[in-house]
Design a protein around this ligand. Structure first.
Ligand SMILES: [Zn+2]
Length: 499
């Protein structure tokens, strides 16, 4: 229904009572239908796409390589063959409700994949991870009243894990609606012999698929770890945003830590991928910060690459704060880890590169520590100033809670400054934008000496000790406990973000 979708894109939804309607469950006026069949060996995807009404003139993928693995593209009614032109497939004028069919050699794509890269397809044991860019030749854009329904018609013993909203899951038939996230946002679909297990905490439901490892592993332990990490993130403001991310667990054999790598991708509604060594104990998993970091990313929408400092900084700040609130870190350990991170950030800061430039070129320049920890410092300074100005009544936590209420889920790319501006509006203060404007064009790491002194973070030979007699010691504890506490001295000097 057109009006409903319009409503969901506006801030009026909550007052109209639509706030509880999950994004993907909205019916579209126009619904194209793709049916995907896969063989038991997970090599070939056979796709039939039937268009609702007038078919698009062009289909596209976002990958130049996809055409290598595409064959037998036909118009179903006439049998006439069509051939791709790079990442485009020109259909010309087809009759109303026409169908096309094609074949995608996912097995070959997986074979050609470089080791340890996701690329278009990757084998994980006997299971298969594929990017929709490999097989999803779809209309170049979808109007707000149009959606695509994908029906997976699976052989016995094969399941599918998707990022999209699933409307039906009935044995070998899985139906989902893809929605309107940009095609350029990464996504992954997994096929294999696994269950899709749901874990819910508050409003968030994880849809977890655990892929095949080189040896059996304790799946119950993995679920307990994910549940604990979600509970940690609930510690930010007592709730979790309404989302149902796909979670894919990829076992990677013996590594030096339980979770060597994790990432959040946003295509189709959001997903978190964890690469794990399942041989570690549950205690080692819950003591690892990676899952808390990744789920903390879901407190914000997708932020443009220029704003990597914001998304990574917020997740890195919260990973430490939330591990402390959960009791996994002592207050001291959390501040020690923040301090060590800030030092890494300072060492990685080049005097001739602005934060904007470092964020934009983070990968090329290896500017990860600079970007992550500058963002973390800005998150700390914002949290501190909000708490100081308001006697602890308003904090970063409250700002994030209000942001989730107003603006999540979101299928657009946000600019960092727009997020900061919205946060200021939501708490009625002017804290975030001045911090943004001060540091975005700066080549310096944020100045933290005054904050350290006020909080009672004494540093000697890189070891932090906590001074409970410091003016903002109560505030310092409040950050790491999540409990509101009155400031020790309401007249204590504020630490201004302005020079
Ligand atoms: Zn991150």
């Amino acid at each position: 229904m057109h009006q409903t979708r319009q409503c969901l894109q506006s801030l009026l939804c909550a007052s109209l009572g639509w706030g509880l309607v999950a994004w993907g469950s909205v019916d579209a006026d126009i619904l194209h239908r793709y049916t995907i069949r896969v063989d038991e060996e997970l090599n070939i995807l056979q796709v039939e796409a039937c268009f609702d009404g007038v078919p698009p003139r062009i289909l596209q993928t976002s990958s130049d390589e996809a055409q290598q693995y595409l064959s037998e593209f036909r118009v179903v009614s006439s049998g006439s063959r069509l051939y791709p032109d790079g990442r485009y497939m020109r259909l010309g004028r087809l009759g109303e409700n026409a169908c096309v069919s094609y074949r995608v050699d996912a097995g070959a794509a997986a074979q050609h994949q470089k080791k340890d890269e996701m690329g278009l397809a990757r084998r994980v044991g006997d299971d298969l991870l594929v990017s929709p860019q490999l097989w999803f030749w779809r209309p170049r854009s979808l109007d707000a009243d149009t959606d695509i329904e994908i029906v997976f018609d699976l052989p016995n013993g094969v399941n599918v894990s998707v990022p999209w909203h699933t409307v039906e899951r009935d044995g070998s038939r899985v139906v989902c609606h893809v929605g309107h996230t940009p095609y350029s946002w990464s996504a992954t679909v997994a096929f294999g012999d696994f269950e899709v297990t749901k874990i819910s905490v508050d409003n968030m439901t994880l849809r977890v698929a655990m892929l095949d490892g080189d040896r059996p592993y304790d799946r119950d332990k993995m679920l307990r770890w994910l549940h604990a990490a979600l509970e940690n993130v609930r510690g930010a403001y007592g709730k979790l945003p309404r989302q149902e991310p796909q979670v894919v667990i990829v076992p990677v054999g013996e590594k030096g830590e339980p979770v060597p790598f994790g990432r959040v991708i946003r295509g189709g509604g959001g997903a978190v991928q964890f690469f794990v060594d399942p041989s570690y104990s549950l205690q080692r998993f819950t003591g690892d910060w990676t899952a808390t970091h990744e789920f903390s990313h879901l407190l914000l929408p997708f932020v443009s690459r220029n704003g990597a400092w914001l998304s990574e900084g917020l997740a890195t700040y919260y990973q430490n704060v939330l591990m402390a609130r959960a009791g996994e870190y002592s207050e001291h350990k959390a501040w020690q880890k923040l301090h060590e991170g800030f030092q890494r950030g300072i060492r990685n800061t080049r005097g001739d590169q602005t934060l904007l430039d470092a964020s934009r070129n983070m990968r090329r320049d290896g500017a990860y520590m600079r970007v992550y920890w500058t963002g973390t410092a800005i998150a700390l300074l914002a949290d501190l100033e909000l708490r100081q100005r308001t006697g602890g009544q308003i904090s970063l936590d409250l700002a994030m809670q209000r942001f989730a209420d107003c603006c999540l889920p979101s299928d657009k790319t946000w600019q960092a400054r727009d997020v900061m501006q919205r946060l200021d509006q939501l708490v009625g203060e002017t804290v975030f934008v001045p911090l943004h404007d001060r540091y975005i064009e700066s080549s310096d790491f944020p100045e933290l000496h005054d904050a350290y002194r006020a909080l009672g973070l004494d540093v000697s030979r890189d070891e932090v000790s906590l001074d409970d007699g410091a003016p903002l010691a109560a505030l310092r504890k409040a950050i790491m406990t999540g409990k509101t506490e009155q400031l020790a001295d309401e007249n204590s000097p504020t630490i201004s973000p302005a020079p």
